[in-house]
Design a protein around this ligand. Structure first.
Ligand SMILES: [Zn+2]
Length: 308
């Protein structure tokens, strides 16, 4: 009874203070397959991922690398079906370049040509739903390592009708995903479950860390943007991630709604090779020193070893 009263008070407090919000963004669509080319397996992974997003009312957006849709110059119908499934589930799609180049290592011309090349199929799939292609996600979160490169890319994106999609909850889900894949290869169920459990735990620590950063920097909870990858690990654990967010008093919002938060217009005045959270980029821009960044949760050693 006492617990019930406490829960009600907690809910009332959340209602007064305004619920915390998070947007799920998923990179490297249609799928990070780790070389498993069986199309039935791939379809099952995407069915699970998209099914869990819709069941949990998570309006996720997936960012596509269209080179995965081609075998030489021929389109692979099964790969298109994976994107179609995503769109038919009511989820959004954005451009993550054609072939995932590193903007810190290639020229502006090569990089923007790759963005344009990565538009064709995604644009068509969105058009079937009356939608337009309007979001772009930088591979490796590399915005450009000089002011000139950043400004010229921003200018290009604006002229082509794109909004760049920031990330606030940056993390190493891709390392957990490799470790998880290796455990499944060995049919080690116990190990795979341990990795999944530790993954959700790690993500919760990340959420709490970036919440603290948000409050230190802005004096409030800004809308968080979670990055994950289209992997088997996330297909199996997005349900648990959703439950973790709900327990932490979050509500799920679209990227459209997330970007209404004025925090995202905070100027970035630092340039480097980093692929880091926008919260960290804003902190560096505001002159925050090393102590601001302490306490960032680490990926456990056994996960790193497994993924080597
Ligand atoms: Zn990527």
């Amino acid at each position: 009874m006492k617990f019930k009263l406490f829960s009600l008070l907690l809910l009332a407090a959340i209602a007064v203070s305004g619920q915390k919000k998070v947007c799920f963004t998923v990179d490297d669509l249609p799928l990070v397959s780790y070389g498993i080319n069986d199309s039935a397996y791939q379809a099952a992974v995407i069915d699970k991922l998209t099914g869990d997003f819709t069941r949990n009312n998570i309006p996720a957006i997936g960012f596509v690398n269209e080179n995965k849709l081609f075998n030489d110059d021929r389109l692979i119908p099964a790969q298109i079906c994976l994107l179609q499934k995503w769109s038919d589930s009511g989820l959004e799609l954005g451009n993550h370049t054609f072939s995932h180049p590193d903007y810190n290592k290639v020229s502006f011309k090569d990089f923007t040509d790759d963005i344009i090349r990565g538009e064709t199929v995604t644009r068509q799939i969105l058009a079937e739903k009356g939608k337009t292609l309007k979001y772009f996600r930088h591979p490796f979160l590399h915005r450009g390592n000089t002011k000139i490169k950043v400004d010229s890319l921003n200018d290009f994106l604006t002229k082509r009708g794109y909004t760049a999609a920031p990330v606030t909850i940056d993390n190493e889900d891709y390392i957990f995903a490799v470790a998880y894949k290796r455990a499944l290869d060995k049919h080690d169920i116990q190990l795979s479950q341990r990795i999944g459990h530790d993954y959700v735990n790690y993500m919760e620590q990340k959420v709490k860390y970036f919440e603290r950063q948000s409050n230190t920097l802005f004096g409030r909870d800004i809308v968080q943007i979670q990055l994950i990858h289209a992997s088997k690990l996330n297909a199996d654990y997005v349900d648990s991630l959703a439950a973790m967010y709900v327990e932490n008093a979050y509500k799920f919002v679209s990227l459209d709604e997330a970007l209404e938060d004025e925090a995202f217009s905070t100027e970035i005045t630092v340039f480097g090779n980093w692929g880091i959270s926008w919260i960290d980029l804003w902190a560096l821009s505001k002159g925050k020193k090393k102590d601001f960044f302490t306490g960032d949760p680490e990926t456990p050693e056994y996960i790193k070893k497994l993924a080597e």
